[in-house]
Design a protein around this ligand. Structure first.
Ligand code: KG4
Ligand code: ZN
Length: 354
């Protein structure tokens, strides 16, 4: 079905929780949200030399990119601002200053166009991104959310309001582990895409790195990646002490295998234990080629349906925020109003700030 052929309210989504300024336009049709167009401006290059996101630089970059990115999204969607029926914005979790820029912009657009404003949860957005591609989610679904700041297993009953955390990382997030390991190998930021690429030329069985929290007494649905990061650091230090050159592709492939082995094993276990038949993997790390392949293999073996958005919708974008807004609007959710503020620690159970 072409986007032009469907009818329903149009939602503009604004995302500024980290280092991507994302603006997306979505139409809520009877069969679920349909992507009309979106644009993303990234300040990643400005953070690269620091090896991680610098909040003040990110906030300033959002300010500069906001209006041009809104224009680019309208250009891409081929629609007019007068067609917008609601504005959705990431209210959290994220960097305080970065969220503030998006929330202020969203309030201004909603007031100027005289349409309702919905503050929504960034993590719900990552899950909702999948509905843009694969249609409505069956309820319940199990979501594995893997990003730079979060690693969570979520039971999703309703994208307009009911999401429950059933597991999380007790230390580093999966994406954070990729970024830290890339840094200690002297690779560029963000680490995920570069390790993903280099791992393709390495042997995933070259080094047996530890699989965190997989012992019989460990919590079944929680994750830990800081021990793995330390093990990679020890491996590199030992090679340097011995005067050996580090085989970077082998380290990347072995590290990546340890990450995706644990992520997929715990996800399949949780879905099976909870009797949930559909798994969604979302968030920046869901762009990872090996994670996608191993998840496919293990879900198929366990008789589970697997849904993963295309890589461009896995990393932060405004379309996913518009998609949550569209679900909330369709579900009759209360608009957030002009007092909306960003909440850096917004829990995933708060899908929409009413
Ligand atoms: O969801 P996201 O775009 O932003 C946050 O909300 O954090 O996720 C960013 C994270 C970064 O840590 C980045 O290294 C990781 O996603 N990432 C990847 C890949 N692409 C991005 N990790 C592994 N493989 C990839 N291909
Ligand atoms: Zn994200």
């Amino acid at each position: 079905m072409s986007a032009a052929a469907v009818t329903g309210p149009v939602v503009l989504g604004i995302e500024t929780s980290c280092d991507e300024t994302g603006v997306g336009l979505v139409r809520m049709a009877a069969g679920g949200p349909v992507l009309l167009g979106h644009a993303v401006a990234s300040s990643q290059d400005e953070h690269a030399r620091f090896g991680g996101v610098v909040p003040e630089i990110a906030s300033r970059a959002h300010l500069e990119a906001m209006v041009p990115t809104v224009h680019a999204a309208f250009g891409h969607a081929g629609i007019d601002p007068r067609e917008v029926d609601a504005v959705a914005v990431t209210a959290g979790p994220g960097l305080a200053g970065a969220l503030l820029v998006g929330v202020a912009a969203a309030k201004a657009y909603a007031a100027a166009w005289d349409v309702p404003l919905f503050g929504v949860n960034h993590m719900a957005g990552h899950v909702a991104a999948d509905t843009l591609e694969h249609g409505p989610l069956p309820a319940p679904a199990l979501a594995l959310l893997v990003s730079g700041g979060h690693t969570q297993l979520l039971r999703v009953d309703d994208l307009a309001g009911s999401i429950t955390e059933i597991g999380t990382t007790i230390d580093d997030a999966a994406g954070e582990a990729y970024d830290k390991v890339a840094r200690l190998l002297g690779l560029s930021y963000p680490g995920g895409p570069v390790i993903d690429r280099l791992a393709a030329d390495g042997d995933p069985a070259a080094i047996r790195f530890p699989r965190g929290l997989t012992g019989p007494q460990d919590p079944a649905y929680d994750f830990s990646f800081s021990g793995l990061k330390t093990a990679v650091a020890r491996h590199v230090e030992q090679a340097e002490r011995d005067g050996r050159t580090v085989d970077v592709p082998d380290v990347c492939a072995s590290f990546q295998e340890a990450v995706v082995d644990v992520l997929t094993a715990k996800t399949v276990r949780a879905a099976t234990d909870l009797g949930i038949g559909t798994v969604v993997i979302a968030g920046g790390v869901a762009a990872n080629g090996r994670l996608r392949a191993l998840a496919q293999e293990r879900c198929a073996a366990a008789g589970l349906e697997l849904r993963v958005p295309r890589p461009g919708l896995c990393t932060d974008n405004g379309a996913m925020i518009a998609a949550v807004g569209a679900h909330v609007l369709a579900g009759g959710g209360e608009p957030s109003g002009p007092l909306l503020t960003g909440d850096p620690g917004l829990p995933v159970s708060t899908v929409h700030v009413g």
